[in-house]
Ligand binder design. Sequence first.
Ligand code: SAM
Length: 283
Amino acid sequence: MLLKDLIHQGVKALESLYPAAEARSLVLMLCQERLGVMSWTHVVEPGTVVSEEELPGLQDDLARLAAGEPIQYILGYTEFRGRIFKTDPRALIPRLETELLVDEVVKHWAGGAGTTILDLCTGSGCIAWSLAYEMPGAVVTGADISEDALALARSQFRRLPKGVVRPTFMKGDILDFDTPFPKCDILTANPPYITLPEKQYMRPNVLDWEPEVALFAPESDPLAFHKAIALWARRLLSPGGFGIVEINEDLGPETLAVFKSFKNARLIEDFAGKSRFVAFENE
Ligand SMILES: C[S@@+](CC[C@H](N)C(=O)[O-])C[C@H]1O[C@@H](n2cnc3c(N)ncnc32)[C@H](O)[C@@H]1O
């Protein structure tokens, strides 16, 4: 089969799920990854053929895409702050805006080796591992309620550069105030924050594939997780410690109010100018 026909077919099959440009870029990404071709090969060399051996695997992948499965689960990886993280349905796919949370911590914190960091709701461990890499010597603990997510987080990297301390991961429910989370100099969290009314606007590739436990805030109180994190920060942060949490863009002022008893509680925007984080400091 000609590569250009396969691409045409693949894009057509995604029409109802994705905007045209996104559908095209997903199919091209898959072809680049699986066939080693470039995104323009089918244009400059229209006679390029997909071999009999390569075709079935690629058609399977295209069928998975057409069923709404996120490309990151099909490929099994995504990039986060320039590093390759394994991705599968056990945990949320790391998002681009969450890279900014790591950036804020790295920018803010002048402490050296031995700095202790607690990353609540760690999921794939993208925040925990990034901070371990980017703050050599920091001692990072990632915590999550999901055993599945923790297994993925633990498996992320094998060999680490000299000076980077391997994060540890523990099971813990942030709504259970008997959980023995460790004390820390820095507390980070990206808790589930989507509200139920927002569900109707979500695309099937997220709603049907990513773990529900990673997406939705409690129906009874969309800020319940942030309120719990504020209590944990009070209990665990060392004097002068720094905290930052990712938030629902529509609940900026309300979430900021949850952290108002901390020093310098402030909203931080993402690339799109939306309220995306609350940062704060302990006295
Ligand atoms: C939005 S995801 C964030 C994952 C990852 N930190 C990231 O930024 O990609 C939220 C995570 O919170 C976890 N979670 C949900 N409820 C929790 C709870 N009560 N206690 C601890 N973790 C919880 C989920 O399992 C999920 O991994």
